[in-house]
Design a binder for this molecule. Structure first.
Ligand SMILES: O=C(O)CCC(=O)C(=O)O
Length: 401
């Protein structure tokens, strides 16, 4: 077991699923839905509501929900399990057959700050996967609860790698390697700090607008209660609640830092500079360009500029910025006990699940370029990388003087 603890999980460059018995020992894993309701009775969770549309033509972005509301777990479970709910239930107006709901991205330290028992029931270090895996005060762990059909659009996180523990219900994860970016049409609108979204609607892709998607390499895994998933650094992922337990699909995840992410930090600071400078000038259009939870993270152009200067200097000192090796088969690294690689599948396998209805027309509403298109190009990750690389070269030349 000692060698197991020395495992450096950041060294795995392909997604891995662990069937980890120790996760089943976490107190929260043993709780029934009624236990969860009792333990969370004082907590109001922020939920967003989206309509369940078969063959939806475009991505349902977080910032374009039908409604946003706050509710207790009791009210959520009642909505999911009773034929109808009373008027004082915040979900009252939303028939469960027509709408899905998600309370996503809740930092445990915030949402459970008054409920230490819940906060302490997630015990990463007990998994004995790696010496580094621990987050006793819930600063890096997030809590997700959704109904069946709730989903997180395809994206990748610019920092860290990720460990996900499935607690209740089942989630389908469709992952793509970093190099698939060219097939996934990256976008920074909606803006969310450190998330790069794909414009492709995985539930029903438009192969006319996104014709390169056909060349992508999906890796697919169904996460069941008790499963752990390692999402390597910069892997794209689309996550779909495919089955629930009494209406609930619950998971927690931990973002685990990797060293020297100076290049990513500089790129994110550059995005902050550009979004804060550009979005405000196109206010009427920009209303819906930022995911709500991230509005407070927008800094002023002056603040963003300060970050850029500091981090570009760090990058220059580090030579190439991020020293992270990408997408290479790990050599001499044994797979940890009870772990398997997630297997590569085909788009036809995704089609089997979602039964795509082929979209033969382009969804583009106008042939004319809009301000949003211009800004989307400026914020494109390839453009940002180019700017940051130029900046780092400038810093290096100045450093030589
Ligand atoms: O569980 C989900 O819906 C999404 C989780 C996610 O995006 C992440 O862990 O980075």
């Amino acid at each position: 077991m000692a060698s197991q603890l020395n495992v450096d999980l950041s060294a795995y460059h392909f997604p891995i699923v662990f069937k980890n018995e120790k996760l089943r020992q976490w107190p929260c894993f043993k709780w029934s839905i009624n236990d969860w309701i009792t333990k969370c009775r004082r907590i109001k969770f922020p939920f967003r509501i989206h309509s369940i549309e078969k063959n939806q033509k475009v991505v349902q972005w977080e910032n374009e929900a039908v409604a946003y509301l706050e509710a207790t777990l009791d009210q959520f479970v009642e909505w999911q399990n009773l034929e109808s709910v009373s008027e004082n239930n915040p979900f009252y107006k939303f028939p469960k057959s027509e709408f899905w709901s998600y309370s996503s991205y809740n930092y445990m330290k915030d949402i459970f700050k008054t409920e230490q028992e819940v906060l302490q029931s997630v015990k990463w270090s007990d998994l004995k996967l790696s010496n580094d895996l621990a987050d006793p005060d819930g600063r890096r762990t997030t809590f997700w609860i959704g109904t069946k059909y709730a989903y997180t659009p395809c994206h990748y996180d610019t920092y860290d790698y990720n460990i996900v523990a499935q607690i209740k219900g089942k989630k389908l994860w469709i992952l793509f390697p970093e190099d698939d970016a060219k097939f996934l049409y990256p976008t920074r609108i909606p803006y969310e700090e450190s998330s790069i979204f794909s414009s492709v609607n995985i539930l029903n892709p438009n192969f006319i607008e996104h014709d390169q998607f056909k060349n992508s390499h999906p890796y697919i895994v169904l996460l069941e209660p008790g499963d752990l998933l390692l999402v390597p650094h910069h892997w794209w992922h689309f996550v779909y609640c495919i089955d629930d337990d009494n209406g609930c699909c619950i998971s927690v995840n931990l973002w685990q830092p990797i060293d020297r992410q100076y290049h990513s930090i500089t790129c994110e600071s550059m995005i902050s500079l550009l979004t804060s400078a550009l979005f405000s000038h196109f206010e009427s259009e920009s209303v819906n360009w930022i995911n709500d939870k991230h509005k407070h993270q927008l800094c002023t152009p002056e603040e963003a500029m300060k970050y850029i200067i500091v981090w570009a200097e760090k990058c220059a000192q580090e030579n190439n910025g991020d020293v992270y090796e990408k997408n290479c088969v790990p050599e001499n690294i044994e797979l940890p006990k009870n772990a398997i690689y997630v297997s590569e599948k085909t788009l036809e396998d995704i089609n089997q699940i979602f039964k795509w209805k082929s979209t033969l027309t382009s969804e583009m509403t106008s042939s004319q370029i809009a301000a949003k298109d211009v800004i989307d190009c400026i914020l494109h990750p390839e453009v940002i990388t180019l700017i940051v690389n130029k900046l780092v070269s400038t810093q290096k030349r100045k450093g030589c003087k």
